[in-house]
Ligand binder design. Structure first.
Ligand code: 9Z3
Length: 315
């Protein structure tokens, strides 16, 4: 009998650029595997759930991609190669610091004798230079791969393809699943072909998306260090739901967060313990990002896992 997963992939077509992305993913992974690098797959941003095959409307969610894009920078600082699998047009590492008007406001425009010069305002150089330097170094060393998705189906196709390429890394891979992935969708055979008409209120019935974590942890990358995120809006559910996920999927770590406070507070839930990381008002005021501590902690746990496996092997 086909599992929910097989059925999902059998009935939802891959995105049009899927084969190209698969080749790019494989090349990136092969290169970094040969270099002996540790690698982090970071998922980031929300997914869309189309309401029509010829999609005019879709269900979306709040995720801006702050968690994923900031975390990507910190993983790079810790020496990891990074696959940044993100929602198209959500925040990206490095450029996230200068989003929208901020970037324009950093520049000066001069017109003289028919010549146009654009310069960075002196007081913006200190802000731009360190980020630009890190960006250039990352790109020159080929340390990051940007792969984008929009819909839930795109995301799930790319997730499986990434896992296939990461399997050879064994314990040297981290999966850091920060994307806010829809739990509900409309199966293709139940979806309208054309734009829903507005003569009557539509009757939309969403189905549950098969739980991908189970395949990730048990089949696709069984040796990797898998970190999932649990988002809630009701504090009373947060820890119990995070624990439930750990028990069900048997991975290493769930990072729980509340929608409203996700930028200043997270709770690490592992099979052995749970503890909070909190930023003070002062830290927030000084531009400290919670992802700095989150990633440092995850990296430490990952190293411990690798070391403990190595010492087991030696015995
Ligand atoms: C998260 O909980 C992320 O921390 C956020 C980050 C999406 C809240 P932003 O992108 O927000 O910085 O604006 N991600 C996982 C959310 C999720 O859908 N988790 C599933 C669940 O809670 C489990 S995989 O059931």
């Amino acid at each position: 009998m086909a599992t929910n997963w097989e059925e999902f992939y059998a009935t939802n077509l891959p995105p049009t650029d899927f084969e190209d992305n698969r080749i790019i993913l494989k090349e990136f992974c092969d290169r970094h595997y040969k270099l002996g690098n540790k690698i982090a797959l970071i998922t980031s941003g929300g997914t869309t759930v189309p309401l029509e095959h010829n999609t005019v409307r879709f269900v979306d969610n709040f995720s801006a991609g702050t968690r994923g894009s900031a975390s990507a920078e910190y993983f790079l600082e810790h020496g990891y190669s990074v696959i940044f699998m993100h929602r198209l047009k959500s925040l990206e590492p490095f450029t996230r610091h200068f989003n929208g008007q901020k970037f324009m406001d950093m520049l000066d425009l001069q017109e003289k004798n028919g010549h146009t010069t654009i310069t960075v305002k002196p007081d913006s150089v200190d802000v731009l230079a360190p980020v630009l330097a890190r960006y250039k170094q990352t790109i020159e060393n080929g340390m990051i791969l940007y792969i984008s998705f929009t819909s839930l189906a795109d995301y799930l196709w790319l997730l499986r393809a990434s896992c296939e390429c990461l399997a050879c890394f064994g314990r040297n891979a981290i999966l850091y699943l920060a994307a806010a992935v829809s739990d509900f969708y409309i199966p293709p055979n139940e979806m309208a072909t054309h734009k829903l008409q507005s003569e009557q209120p539509p009757n939309i019935s969403l189905k549950l998306v098969p739980k991908m974590l189970s395949s990730v942890v048990n089949i696709w990358v069984p040796q990797a260090y898998v970190v999932s995120f649990k988002l809630e809006t009701d504090e009373n559910l947060l820890i119990s739901k995070a624990r439930q996920a750990l028990v069900k999927y048997k991975h290493k770590l769930v990072i729980a967060n509340m929608l409203q406070t996700r930028k200043q507070r997270v709770i690490f839930v592992t099979p052995e313990e749970s503890f909070e990381i909190n930023l003070t008002r002062e830290q927030i005021h000084h531009g400290v990002e919670i992802e700095d501590s989150i990633v440092a902690n995850v990296v430490e746990r990952h190293s411990e896992m690798i070391q403990s496996t190595n010492s087991h092997k030696k015995k």
